[in-house]
Design a protein around this ligand. Structure first.
Ligand code: SF4
Length: 396
């Protein structure tokens, strides 16, 4: 059996550059989870996958015109639940990307999957089509909390899916949500140790957040759902950092942990503020044009997006040229999430100025940020706990 290092040897090395990613959004799920504010929809009739495939290919060609020729460094099939896609749909999407842009062998091609929609045949089909990394939405390793989170799978399904993903794909990650109601640090530590035992090289560990417009939001507002307060969340976060680092999967981003070298290339493109084409309903993109970036967003409703693409070859509803200040703020917002921090020369280039020395000094003195040599700035572990405030202070 391949070791983790063998598996990584087959992947092109991370150059440290922002790269160019292609994101494709599959907007359907078998059920809507009560905490989810993603662009995901439940349909009780079969989805016309051929029609969607044709629309993805059309919009891709449109995005290619906008981006110009590029070398793709990663592909991400997200959702929704992309593992509801037929393997032929996935193959057609990947072939389409390769026709529109240069797509070298060995780039990371990730697909999100839910344990309830995992089947061996399908997984083999995705692998044959080119997918080399799967990100599984496990979310919890006990049945009580899976039920609370509205998930359609139980722990047994999750473990089967993890095993299958490990057997079929060179790389695999799974997500867990912590800071659940009444969850103690001791319970979370136990679950995290189990997760590390099952993990291959990457884990995404998110705190439960209450998003407006979700059923959890209504319950929370009515006082029927109580999540850990700031101090409890900080204790859970610190335990997460300590345990993952101790077992060789340190955080490389606020919520993402990997064996060094197994970081998600695609997500690094977002956090390093690279370019990406966003295809499908509700997908966002950032495409450079000269010294600026164009922010793109497509229609969120799947059927309305289909109609737009069929009529106009794209479903874009927003296309905005970002100014220097906006680009510099976005770079900070994304880059300070990373333990590698932000490249100050790039920040100055985008913003046309250096960081405000007084504000930087204050944050340095409080121990919330630190310099890495002369060229990079990053958050310290205590700065990560108040990341939004640090970014707001440094931004325009
Ligand atoms: S499976 Fe994922 S995308 Fe779908 S509703 Fe649940 S959390 Fe949202």
């Amino acid at each position: 059996m391949d070791t983790v290092l063998d598996r990584h040897a087959k992947l092109l090395p991370d150059t440290g550059e922002p790269g160019f990613g292609v994101y494709v959004h599959w907007p359907f799920c078998a059920a809507k989870c009560p905490y989810c504010d993603f662009n995901s929809h439940v349909r009780h009739q079969p989805v016309d996958q051929e029609r969607f495939t044709a629309a993805f290919l059309k919009e891709m060609a449109w995005m290619r015109q906008m981006s110009g020729p590029k070398t793709v460094t990663s592909v991400f099939l997200g959702g929704g639940t992309p593992s509801l896609m037929h393997p032929n749909t996935v193959s057609a999407i990947l072939d389409g990307i390769a026709k529109n842009w240069h797509m070298p062998d060995g780039i990371e091609i990730t697909m999100e999957a839910n344990p309830s929609s995992v089947e061996a045949e399908r997984f083999r089909g995705y692998r044959a089509g080119g997918v080399n990394r799967v990100s599984l939405g496990v979310q919890a390793l006990n049945d009580r909390d899976l039920k609370f989170l509205g998930r359609l799978h139980d722990v047994e399904d999750a473990l089967k899916a993890i095993k299958l993903a490990r057997d079929i794909f060179p790389r695999m990650s799974f997500d867990l949500i912590y800071a659940r109601p009444k969850q103690t640090v001791a319970e979370w530590e136990k679950e995290l140790h189990q997760a590390i035992d099952f993990a291959v090289d990457h884990l995404s560990l998110y705190q439960l957040t209450i998003e407006e417009g979700t059923p959890f939001y209504g319950l929370h507002k009515a006082g029927k759902l109580i999540v850990p307060d700031g101090d409890q969340s900080a204790d859970l976060y610190e335990a997460t950092q300590e345990i993952t680092a101790r077992f060789g999967m340190p955080a490389y981003e606020v919520s993402n942990h990997a064996v060094p070298g197994a970081e998600s290339r695609h997500n690094l493109t977002y956090w390093r503020y690279g370019d990406y084409a966003g295809i499908g309903p509700g997908a966002h993109g950032r495409l450079s044009r000269g010294s600026f970036k164009i922010a793109t967003a497509t229609e969120r409703k799947p059927e309305a997006w289909l109609d737009l693409v069929e009529a106009h070859d794209h479903g874009m509803v927003e296309q905005e040229q970002l100014g220097f200040d906006e680009m510099a703020d976005e770079l900070l917002l994304m880059g300070l999430r990373l333990t590698e921090g932000v490249d100050l020369a790039r920040w100055s280039q985008l913003s046309g100025r250096d960081p405000n020395p007084e504000r930087e000094q204050t944050l340095l003195e409080h121990g919330f940020i630190e310099r890495i040599g002369n060229s990079r700035l990053r958050c310290t572990p205590s700065g990560m706990l108040i990341l939004d405030a640090v970014v707001a202070d440094l931004a325009f």
